[in-house]
Structure formats: C-alpha cells, structure tokens
Design a protein around this ligand. Structure first.
Ligand SMILES: Cc1cc2nc3c(=O)[nH]c(=O)nc-3n(C[C@H](O)[C@H](O)[C@H](O)COP(=O)(O)O)c2cc1C
Length: 463
C-alpha cells in the first residue's frame, strides 16, 4: 500500500516524530512510505502552486495518510495549521475525502489530547476515514517495552485499510451563525470605565471594522474613558513560526531575536500590560495560524511563564461553544501562568444590544479584578500543567532546559513536590502509625477529623 506521511515538524528530516515512522517502515517494510515535510516547507508550499499540486497528487494516489507531528503549545505547529488552512481556502477538501487516516504525535504529554482533538476534528471536517491516533511520549521509542505498541498501532491502521473497515465520526460539522453585530455608542459618558492606572492592551489578528470581531473590539474600547491600545498582529514584523532549533533552551534567547519585531511586541507591550485581551476569528477548529505563530514563538521562554498575575480575557468571533477544545487551550495557557482567566465574549449568542452589555460589563470586571488583584484558583488545567512541567524540568529534561531549571529553582516551583511538604510529612508520620492500630481506626471519625482544622478557621475571629 502507498502510505503518505504529512510531517508537521518544522525540523523536517531531523524530526523525532519521524523516527517513529522510520521504525514502522523498518519493521513493516512491505508498504511504500513517503514522508512529505509539510511544516518545514510551508512557505514554499504556500507560494509555489506546483509544489502544492505535487502534494495533492501524492495524497490522491495514497491508500492511507498519517499526520505525524510534534505537539506545539497544546496544538499542532503553526506551519501545519497553515497547511490545513490552505486546504480549506483553496477548496481542495475533496482530495482528502474518504482517505483512511491516523495521527501520530510525540510530546511530553502536555496537552497532547487537545492537539489530537484538533486534528481529529479536522479529519472529520475533511470527511476522512479516521482510524485512530498514537499520542507517544517523545522518548517512548527508546524503551523496548513501548515499541510493540507503536507497531500494533501501525498494523491496525494497515489492516483497517486492507479490510475497508468502517470508521466513526466524533465531531459534528460546525454551524457558523449568520449574524451581523451592530454596536451602539455609549450614550452617557458617565457609564465609561476608568482604567484606574491599569494598562489595558488588546491584541488581535484582525481589527477590520466591517467584521463582527472588529466591531466588538471597537465597542469594548468604547467602554473605557481612557484610550486603549490595540495591536494588530499583522502590523508586527514576525518573520515566521518557531523552527524548533532549541537554541533558546540554555538562556531563553531566540534565534529570531535580532531579526524581527516579535520581542519588542511581547516584552515591551504584552508583558507590561495588567489587563490583556486576546481577540481573534475562529479559523477551522482554532484561531488563525498567525495566532498560532505567536503562541509557538513564545516557546523561546520554554516552560517559564511570562504572563504572571494578569487579568486575561478573550473576544472571539465564531462558533466557540461548538469547539470546547479552544476554551480548554486558552484557559490552560492562562492558568498555568498564574493569571486570571476572566471570560470569553463571542458573537455566537444574543442580540447586538446584549453583546454591547456583555462587552461593557466585561470591561468593568477586568478592571475591578485587576484593582483587587483577584486571581482565582487554577482548575486541573493549570494545576496539572504546572506539575507536568515541574517534573519534566526537574528530571529528564533538566540538562536540555537549563534556563527553565534555574527559574523553577529560584522561584520555588520545586517546593511543590509532595516530598517537600513538611506539613503533610508530619501529619503522615503521626497518623499512619496510629491508624495501623485497629482499635484507633475503628474509633476514628474521619469526617470530624477532616473538619477540625476548618472549624478552627471558622471559629477564630482573627482569621
Ligand atoms: C515550540 C514548541 C512547543 C512545544 N509545545 C509542547 C506542548 O505543548 N506539549 C508537549 O508535550 N510538548 C511540547 N513540545 C515538545 C515537542 O512536542 C517534542 O519535543 C516533540 O517530540 C518534538 O518532535 P519533533 O522532533 O518531531 O519536532 C514543544 C516543543 C516546541 C519546540
């Protein structure tokens, strides 16, 4: 069978993910494998029609397609995202229709599920026959006990194609609401909100006043008595997406640093704001690939947070509620940096007047939270994220990410290891021997014991 691998790693042939494909090829040599370095060649693919056509011909002639990609900031790399956008922009979805497909990712399992969800949804949108995925850890191939799993995944994929088995869809087609938002001016200037010295910044990939997004941004800005800065990502000189050279890992310095305007934008504008609004229009199953370039380029700081203690809100145009994956990614990105995930306002529901009120109250809430320095506790999304990073940087990836390690150590991020929790240690030392005595165990009322320290807080007038 002819199997085409769409390589989403900007490293091209030097990709770790492609080693998994080469291993499959080595062990199951009877098929004809062809790897296309999509991410590495995205600029050429975008500009050169013939290069694009050759890829389509290759896909057309294939029995099966494997999307092979590294997880980049909870999704696929910006370059592969751009390729997917081209498929829809150039209306060539038919080339993919009814092709058997599977997705292989490598990562440290940090939000690999959101990346896989995204790609699965795209395959369903393209009416491909999605067989399954293999979300490997980057190092799995190095362990003999993991390798058979990879081969079983591949064999299952080939068998499925040979037998022409049925596949199920998991994602319904998106319904875009046909609605034109017409904002109103704020009648009474008294209703305008004072930023109270806080720096509010809106970053968007579109500010076109003819679009709902442009109008929502305008209405949001109008809520304030002060002038609010808006940055359009198209106005920033960004030379390209992260190329995964990993030169940043020693000292957080990016190879692009002297060559484009990304750092000036991020370090002198975004990081300095107290309240951030990230705005965008949904493109396929995420924001645009331009937004994804921004997220990926932030990897120059590796796993070190840059947006700490900020109020972060989003204004999004499109069917957000139909793509819970997007909210999960945005919320996780906010929470793991100890910032406050305030809300997402969309044009999905309600009349223009209702959206006006939402934006007005959103502005009020952002300033009020910023004034009181309110950061709500993280959910599993932020808490789990911090723990995965902490363990990885303390452990196997410390030598590679030394700049992160120094930050984690000096900012007490390793103090959250349970073996350093003195309170828990003392409690366990005292209670475990006691609970091993049957008489004590039988007498112990766990509900009341758990409540004792809470009662102290409730009854103590000084707390
Ligand atoms: C820009 C960038 C972003 C990344 N984001 C994630 C991530 O969100 N989750 C994760 O588990 N790994 C992440 N990684 C790690 C890669 O997914 C991992 O190293 C992968 O195996 C690289 O595969 P490749 O060599 O095929 O590019 C990221 C790496 C880079 C360079």
């Amino acid at each position: 069978m002819k199997i085409t691998i769409l390589n989403g790693s900007p490293k091209g042939d030097e990709s770790v993910t492609m080693q998994y494909i080469l291993y499959i090829e080595k062990k199951i040599p009877e098929h004809d494998y062809k790897i296309i370095n999509i991410a590495q060649q995205i600029k050429k693919i975008e500009k050169n029609e013939q290069a694009f056509q050759e890829i389509l011909e290759q896909i057309n002639a294939s029995d099966g397609i494997i999307w092979g990609f590294p997880v980049f900031v909870m999704l696929i790399p910006s370059q592969l995202k751009r390729f997917i956008e081209l498929i829809f922009e150039r209306n060539i979805e038919n080339v993919f229709k009814n092709k058997y497909t599977a997705a292989l990712s490598t990562s440290i399992h940090f939000y690999d599920h959101t990346a896989q969800n995204y790609l699965h949804a795209i395959c369903d949108d393209l009416n491909m026959k999605y067989i399954g995925n293999f979300p490997a850890d980057s190092w799995d191939l190095l362990y003999p006990k993991e390798r058979p799993k990879l081969l079983l995944f591949a064999k299952n994929f080939f068998k499925h194609i040979e037998d022409g088995l049925a596949t199920s869809k998991h994602f319904s087609p998106l319904n875009f609401r046909e609605f034109e938002y017409n904002p109103s001016e704020i009648g009474d200037k008294k209703n305008k909100i004072n930023v109270n010295g806080k720096k509010v910044l809106i970053v968007s990939d579109s500010t076109d006043n003819k679009t709902n997004l442009g109008k929502m941004i305008w209405r949001f800005k109008e809520s304030f008595s002060d002038e609010i800065e808006v940055i359009n990502l198209h106005d920033i000189d960004i030379k390209g997406g992260c190329i995964s050279c990993l030169k940043c890992t020693y000292d957080h310095q990016c190879v692009y640093k002297e060559t484009d305007g990304f750092f000036d934008f991020w370090e002198n504008k975004v990081i300095k704001a107290d309240v951030l609004i990230f705005a965008g229009i949904i493109k396929d199953r995420f924001l645009s690939s331009l937004w994804k370039i921004v997220y990926d380029r932030l990897f120059y700081m590796n796993h070190t947070p840059t947006l700490i203690n900020k109020q972060i809100g989003h204004i999004i145009s499109g069917p957000l509620s139909q793509i819970p994956n997007i909210k999960e990614v945005l919320q996780a990105q906010t929470e793991y940096q100890d910032s406050n995930f305030v809300d997402i306002i969309t044009d999905e529901f309600g009349s223009s007047a209702e959206i006006d009120s939402l934006l007005q109250d959103f502005a009020k809430k952002l300033i009020s939270f910023s004034n009181s320095n309110y950061i709500k506790p993280p959910t599993f999304l932020g808490e789990g994220a911090k723990k995965i990073f902490r363990d990885d940087i303390y452990g196997r990836n410390r030598f590679a990410f030394l700049a992160d390690h120094e930050y984690f150590e000096s900012h007490g991020l390793y103090d959250t290891f349970p073996q350093r929790d003195e309170r828990a240690k003392k409690m366990n030392e005292k209670l475990i021997p006691l609970l091993k005595i049957e008489k004590v165990r039988k007498k112990m009322n766990f509900r009341q014991e758990f409540l004792k320290p809470f009662k102290k807080v409730i009854t103590d007038p000084t707390k």
